[in-house]
Design a protein. Structure first.
Lengths: 435, 262
């Protein structure tokens, strides 16, 4: 009875804090500018099913695709067992869903195989990162916290899976010995040879202790992990779905036309043009801080799992330049978190802290971008780092007039000669006079 | 042009005729010496296919693409609106461009500003003309030659055009060899995003030299491009390796014009 109450309390606390932090993230995302992505729902669902659920963009790199697929399937399917754990915890039952009989046994057996798969995949992931030192996991933006985050996630998953297999090993021995409460249920194709042989000499009391301890460890671990998500790159397991739903459905080459500029240019070209009623001239252009990005850009930042496929396909990063699209996205999240904390500390309104997104992202990074869309193409969950870069360039050019001199030259040529070079516009058709 | 005259829209309008398609030449195609050859090849192909086309001539201005990518949205929209005024004045319905950047801007970014046209890149149009029999390649100038195709970012990833250039190369009876990074995975030449007009940031290599390594790996006789800016970058890459005697960098339009002995 005490165990049940304790379990209920634990569940309530875990869910409360998780919901609270989700609410904060939602609030932070909505600090972004509005953008209407409510069109074409059928296409959006299809994109989400394909890209997030079906993981189609992962397949480009086969090894991590297979490993990730195992962990993903494990996460989705083993969570069905967590449902049983929740019911057992609340009602003090043991393997309550076992009345499904052979189906249940098959499921538990399959979960064991999956759990073992996840365990192995996570060990291989750790090896890729820390022994093979795959290039995209060595970038400077990963040093410190992001690297710890990655290791934490993999270790926690390994430990959780180990707890599940330990619990099953003790359970099956208790079942075979006819221990009270431990009804015959489940199939244990992995733990029966991997873990159980270690326990055979233990008496029932010890086994019950191991089984109960693993059970509690497993569920507490899940609750703790759930509450770690909002602070981690691992949050992608949730955000991948809404983020792909709100994917850009237009051609990747299309950059938005700034509506605020359109109105100003119209007035400039035709001074007699009338302004729409209630028209207020824009107060700033481009992105200075995270609040100037769209909520989709901010959602992108919370979705990023820092895999670095963008950076490893960026022509500038490949050739040793400072620009790393992954860092751009990580910087947006870091700054947004900082702004969110600022708002929390100042009773709901942001107080100028003398910083902005440009304090995180340097000009050297911004001006290097080829706008080639390689990063956009590479992202397995449709994050767009390039849009952030262009929007920040807009601020540099239109608010600060601080483009590199060579680009200012190009702008001057465009204005004076209608071409980016210093040629006379009258010579534009000279080629027609030649052979 | 020796055997025909390229008309401007103003001339066509003055003579009371109509042009079915506007050939948008672009700044590189108009002024860059190497790119002018691509422009001429496109004009010859259009003429040979019996298409009534015209150019804007001195009325053409940059689409504004480099300004937009560099963050100067004001300048971009100014140029766009002036171009749209010209295009709409002539009642333009269909445009073929010699440059993927012009193509992308005209096709994707002009409609919202009031410029609605059917826009094609020259590789798409040439491929259509080959498919419908309005053009046919008989000469075997490139028969069996190893040709590798460099995907322009603004055709490929930006607009999902991967097949048209390749289908044309196949019609040349050439051996198309793919680079390790191609199609959606293709590596930029280094020019896009206004990089053409500035120095690169500090690093260990220029982007076009990284791409040159990809090209050389395929041991090509010809590197096919579909963009005048890629052309400059790829040629510099080939020159860097002193391979300009062995490897030609040519636009798809030039390959077709050569094969047809135009």
């Amino acid at each position: 009875m005490i165990a049940q109450l304790l379990f209920l309390l634990l569940t309530a606390v875990a869910v409360y804090f998780f919901a609270k932090n989700l609410g904060k993230i939602r609030r932070n995302i909505l600090l972004g500018k509005d953008i209407d992505l409510s069109d074409n729902k059928a296409m959006r669902w299809q994109t989400m099913l394909k890209v997030a659920f079906g993981q189609t963009k992962m397949a480009v790199r086969p090894v991590p695709f297979v490993l990730h697929l195992i962990v993903y399937a494990g996460f989705v399917l083993i969570n069905i067992e967590v449902l049983e754990i929740l019911i057992d915890g609340i009602f003090g039952t043991h393997r309550v869903l076992s009345f499904f009989g052979p189906v249940y046994n098959l499921a538990i057996g399959f979960f064991e195989v999956l759990a073992f798969g996840v365990l192995v995949a996570c060990i291989l992931f750790l090896a890729r990162r820390y022994i093979l030192k795959i290039a995209r996991f060595q970038s400077p933006e990963l040093s410190g916290q992001p690297n710890k985050d990655a290791a934490t996630i993999l270790l926690v998953e390994i430990i959780l899976m180990a707890a599940l297999l330990t619990m099953n090993a003790a359970d099956q021995l208790l079942q075979s010995r006819g221990a009270e409460h431990y009804i015959n249920a489940g199939a244990f194709p992995i733990s029966s040879w991997l873990v159980a042989p270690l326990f055979v000499s233990f008496n029932n009391d010890t086994l019950i202790l191991i089984e109960r301890a693993s059970w509690w460890f497993h569920i507490i671990g899940i609750f703790a992990f759930m509450n770690y998500l909002p602070f981690s790159k691992h949050f992608h397991i949730i955000m991948a779905f809404p983020n792909t739903y709100y994917s850009n459905l237009k051609a990747k080459g299309e950059l938005n036309n700034m509506a605020s500029v359109t109105q100003e240019v119209k007035l400039m070209l035709d001074p007699t043009a009338s302004t729409p009623e209630g028209y207020a001239p824009p107060t700033s252009f481009g992105v200075k801080d995270v609040q100037d990005l769209t909520w989709k850009n901010l959602m992108d930042a919370y979705t990023c799992t820092e895999c670095g496929r963008c950076t490893s396909s960026c022509p500038q990063n490949i050739t040793g330049k400072l620009l790393s699209p992954r860092k751009i996205v990580m910087d947006v999240r870091d700054r947004l978190e900082e702004v969110g904390k600022n708002i929390d500390a100042n009773k709901g309104s942001f107080v100028d802290d003398g910083k902005n997104l440009h304090s995180y992202i340097s000009e050297e990074e911004l001006w290097a971008c080829n706008t080639c869309n390689a990063c956009v193409e590479a992202c397995p969950i449709n994050i767009n780092p390039m849009e952030i870069i262009v929007e920040m360039r807009r601020y540099k050019v239109m608010e600060q007039s601080s483009a590199p001199a060579s680009l200012n030259n190009m702008f001057n040529n465009l204005e004076n000669n209608q071409a980016p070079w210093q040629f006379s516009p009258m010579d534009r058709a000279n080629w027609t006079q030649e052979g | 042009m020796s055997d025909f005259r390229v008309k401007t829209m103003a001339e066509v309008a003055a003579s009371g005729e109509e042009a079915e398609i506007l050939f948008w030449v672009g700044c590189a195609g108009s002024f860059d010496e190497r790119a002018q050859k691509i422009t001429k090849a496109i004009a010859k192909i259009l003429h040979h296919a019996g298409i009534k086309f015209a150019i804007l001539g001195t009325e053409e201005a940059c689409t504004g693409d480099p300004a937009k990518r560099a963050g100067n949205e004001f300048l971009f929209q100014m140029m766009a609106m002036q171009n749209i005024t010209t295009l709409n004045m002539y009642g333009i319905k269909k445009i073929v461009t010699g440059c993927p950047h012009c193509f992308n801007t005209l096709k994707n970014e002009y409609p919202e500003l009031g410029g609605n046209y059917e826009v094609l890149h020259h590789t798409t149009l040439i491929n259509q003309l080959l498919q419908t029999g309005k053009l046919s390649i008989t000469g075997g100038a490139f028969k069996g030659q190893r040709i590798t195709y460099h995907d322009s970012c603004y055709l490929g990833r930006a607009n999902d055009i991967y097949e048209a250039p390749r289908e044309i190369i196949e019609k040349l009876d050439a051996a198309l060899v793919e680079m390790k990074r191609s199609r959606a995975n293709g590596l930029c030449c280094g020019a896009g995003g206004a990089q053409m007009f500035k120095d690169a940031e500090n690093g260990k290599k220029e982007v076009n030299l990284e791409r040159a390594d990809d090209m050389l790996e395929t041991q090509p006789k010809v590197v096919a491009a579909a963009c005048p800016f890629c052309m400059t970058m790829l040629r510099d890459g080939v020159k860097h390796h002193n391979k300009e005697q062995e490897i030609e960098v040519k636009d798809i339009a030039e390959l077709v014009a050569n094969a047809m002995e135009l």
